[in-house]
Design a protein around this ligand. Structure first.
Ligand code: PXG
Length: 445
């Protein structure tokens, strides 16, 4: 099978690109393709409009192809394409770091640039270990993650992550990880709106594991404040606060992986502000620059930066870590323009204001065929379907395909549908999205 590149007109083959997290054979037999995007919409190569219910992959929070971002990238590309970040700098990267720090929680004003959420995960783990070492506690090396956690696909994130399928093919590449239980509790919390009421006691797993390994060996705990990839698992009331208190008690660092929750998704700059729980390190990526150019960051408490940097001899590189593309000029130009756009259009507040509208529309699916749970927070919604006996995951996939054919992009993980529209979404678009899902669920077996 051949496809046309819409920009060049050349005919291209599907064989060579080994697609990520994709059933390659199935996909290439019946490809679902996108060719153009603007605002709330994609268009397929044959010109069909698709309403974007997922902000791309949880990342295009300001909507697609926003002019100020496009122009900033174009200007930067024409001015300076690339600059090395090791022992050289450029003003655009410093300005981007300042712009990101401006929305970060109080006292977290140091920003390490990466190029993805996966790199942010591994970078944050390294910073945690370097911090303890700098303070003379090099024995603190164990990382505690959580079942159903997703921290990308690099080695640290794979090992700290808690999705069994992502881990099983790899032997223990990184010794010294352990996992808390996931907080998902359908029996007690089904159809909850906002934070579920039950489950604060899941946080006790952290204390148990710290005592089991001995605090002197434990470096950090890494969690998504709201787990996205594993199917929209919203933290029970009091849970994150309790993790924070346990970390404080034992000198363990708290890492929030805010790759999905960062930059307005929950109606605040970060989940840290939404829940009023401040981590020690905060990982982000995706919407940091509206996904216009690959970019991520680890934002750290000033004291962590100070301990590592001031702890090294003058003139020596303090932290032996970094990427060729850390602070890439195009990514940084996009980040500056994106943060400005977020502020000008007050998109984080807008997300918060739309939350009740989104919540009501989402929960109107209660009672629809196959639906066993609905949950929401900010502009994130999860719809859990009853798995088809003997074929778990099929209903999720079929619902996704049906919606796509009917003109709406909806994400699925197993049998859980996930919605995360751009923060510019309008009420009628939310309704259209949910009507499309309702019809799809009626149509599939
Ligand atoms: N942490 C979290 C919390 C994420 O959601 C990553 C790290 C990794 O980021 P990169 O940029 O390396 O992909 C993510 C990525 C899904 C889905 O279907 C979610 C992600 C990626 C792919 C699919 O929910 N999130």
């Amino acid at each position: 099978m051949k496809l046309e590149n819409p920009l060049t007109g050349s005919m291209v083959s599907l064989d060579e690109w080994w697609m990520p997290f994709t059933a390659n054979r199935q996909f290439k037999a019946a490809p679902r393709l996108l060719a153009k995007a603007e605002g709330m919409y994609y268009w397929t190569p044959d010109g069909r409009q698709v309403l974007d219910g997922t902000a791309g992959l949880w990342c295009v929070n300001a909507g697609h192809n926003r002019k100020p971002i496009v122009e900033a990238v174009q200007r930067q590309a024409a001015t300076m394409d690339y600059a090395p970040p090791f022992n050289l700098g450029h003003p655009v990267a410093f300005e981007a770091a300042t712009a990101v720090a401006a929305v970060a929680p109080e006292g977290m004003k140091r920003v390490f640039f990466t190029n993805s959420g996966s790199e942010s995960a591994d970078t944050s783990i390294k910073i945690a270990l370097a911090y303890h070492r700098a303070r003379g506690e090099a024995s603190r090396r164990i990382i505690i993650g959580r079942e159903r956690g997703y921290h990308g696909v690099n080695i640290g994130g794979t090992m700290a992550g808690g999705i069994p399928g992502n881990r099983k093919a790899f032997p223990a590449l990184m010794a010294g990880v352990d996992h808390m239980r996931a907080t998902h509790d359908l029996a007690r919390n089904s159809f909850s709106r906002g934070q579920p009421a039950h489950g604060v006691e899941f946080a006790d797993d952290l204390e148990k594991l710290i005592l089991f390994h001995d605090a002197s060996n434990v470096a950090a705990v890494i969690v998504e404040p709201m787990a996205g990839s594993a199917g929209v698992l919203i933290p029970p009331t009091g849970y994150l606060e309790k993790l924070r208190a346990i970390c404080d008690k034992y000198g363990v660092l708290l890492i929030f992986d805010e790759v999905i929750t960062g930059f307005g998704r929950l109606g605040a700059p970060f989940a840290a502000q939404r829940f009023n729980v401040k981590p020690d390190l905060l990982n982000c990526a995706k919407a940091i620059n509206n996904a216009a150019v690959p970019m991520g960051a680890v934002i750290v408490r000033n004291e962590i930066f100070d301990a590592i940097v001031d702890g090294a001899p003058e003139g020596q590189i303090e932290f032996l870590h970094g990427y060729t593309y850390s602070g890439h000029p195009l990514a940084c130009a996009a980040a500056i323009a994106t943060q400005k756009l977020f502020a000008e259009e007050k998109l984080f507040d807008r997300a918060r204001a739309m939350e009740p509208v989104f919540e009501a529309a989402l929960h109107s699916l209660k009672g629809t065929r196959h639906v066993i749970d609905i949950r929401n927070l900010g502009l994130v919604g999860g719809i859990e379907l009853e798995p088809r006996p003997g074929a778990p995951g099929r209903r999720g996939l079929e619902a996704h395909v049906k919606c796509f054919e009917a003109g709406a992009l909806v994400r699925f993980t197993g049998d859980i549908l996930a919605l995360s529209p751009p923060l510019i979404v309008e009420k009628d678009q939310i309704e259209r999205l949910l009507d499309t899902i309702r019809n799809a669920l009626q149509a599939i077996e």
